[in-house]
Design a binder for this molecule. Structure first.
Ligand code: GLU
Length: 301
């Protein structure tokens, strides 16, 4: 059988401009794809338009272009694919792998235990077979399946689904797909062979793979990279006021990222052209050198 061509992606949520932490993930996924002679596409995860500042998507694409990234095809917008996500949720309901749930936040607040992926649903509506008009959300049924996978950077991970995740939401109360459902369906349908993303999503990869298995689809590989934190140990994000990537210092920022990714870029790359920098990075990229600590503190160099 022929080995499938490598297909990777960068999937930013357009809640604000790209920052140093997003750049690190973008660089790692890009270099994995390019050094494997594969394809690299962009998926804009804009399921929730209420969180999307005007002009944000274009700003993200312009920044990636300024930094010298080249992607295949038109960037996907996740919102255009909601009907696919909801169709899969309907199938899961029909096959008995999912159920409608009417529990309010108040009900859940008093009776939940917490596992590695957040509060564990206590199972109240599991077997009620509620009609759509009496339900708030749709959840996937979990059991004591031991979900194991090998992350290319963090090694073997194993989760008992019932006690670390519990029945998780796939369709939210506003009838939009949850992040897990949308990402899983898109990752399957868009045919990615490896997903490179931040360590904060490592644990919920188990939910993504659980859904993939339930749907009977082949799994892809995962490689998580450390997330970048500020001096207070908080993840760089819009909420923690991470500064937007500067427009004019692409080479400087990219060399810092390569250093944080455990590569050893020569100093001269800071002053050469972007083409020289990317060409060096593609030739010398070694994913085995990515640090396998969960976080790296941002340092201004
Ligand atoms: N949209 C997520 C983020 O911006 C990334 C999700 C993924 O790569 O699967 O953190």
């Amino acid at each position: 059988m022929q080995t499938p061509i490598y297909h990777g992606r960068f999937a930013p949520s357009p809640t604000g401009p790209l920052h140093y932490g997003s750049l690190l993930t973008a660089v790692a996924s890009y270099l994995q794809a390019r050094s494997n002679h594969g394809q690299w596409t962009i998926r804009i995860e804009n399921i929730d338009p209420s969180r999307e500042p005007k002009g944000c998507i274009q700003d993200i694409l312009d920044t990636l272009s300024n930094y010298g990234f080249v992607w295949q095809g038109r960037p996907y917008r996740q919102i255009e694919r909601i009907h696919h996500h909801l169709r899969v949720a309907d199938n899961l309901l029909q096959w008995g792998h999912a159920f409608r749930c009417q529990c309010s936040r108040k009900t859940l607040a008093v009776c939940t235990e917490t596992g590695a992926m957040g509060p564990i649903y206590p199972g109240n509506c599991r077997y009620l077979r509620l009609p759509a008009d009496q339900a708030n959300v749709i959840r996937v049924l979990t059991d004591h399946t031991q979900l194991s996978f090998t992350d290319r950077n963090y090694g073997v991970r194993s989760y008992d689904m019932a006690s670390t995740s519990g029945d998780f939401v796939i369709v939210r109360a506003d009838n939009l797909p949850s992040y897990i459902l949308a990402a899983t369906v898109d990752d399957i349908q868009q045919g990615y062979t490896e997903i490179v993303r931040g360590h904060d999503l490592l644990a919920i990869t188990a939910r993504q793979l659980y859904l993939t298995d339930v749907l009977g689809k082949p799994r892809c590989h995962f490689l998580h990279v450390p997330i970048i934190t500020n001096d207070q140990g908080e993840k760089l994000s819009k909420q923690t006021h991470a500064p937007a990537l500067p427009k004019w210092h692409a080479r400087h920022m990219l060399v810092n990222v390569l250093e944080d990714l455990g590569q050893s870029p020569p100093k001269r790359l800071r002053w050469g052209s972007l083409e020289t920098l990317w060409s060096w990075a593609m030739t010398h990229w070694d994913a085995a050198r990515i640090p396998n600590c969960p976080t790296i503190t941002y340092t201004d160099r």
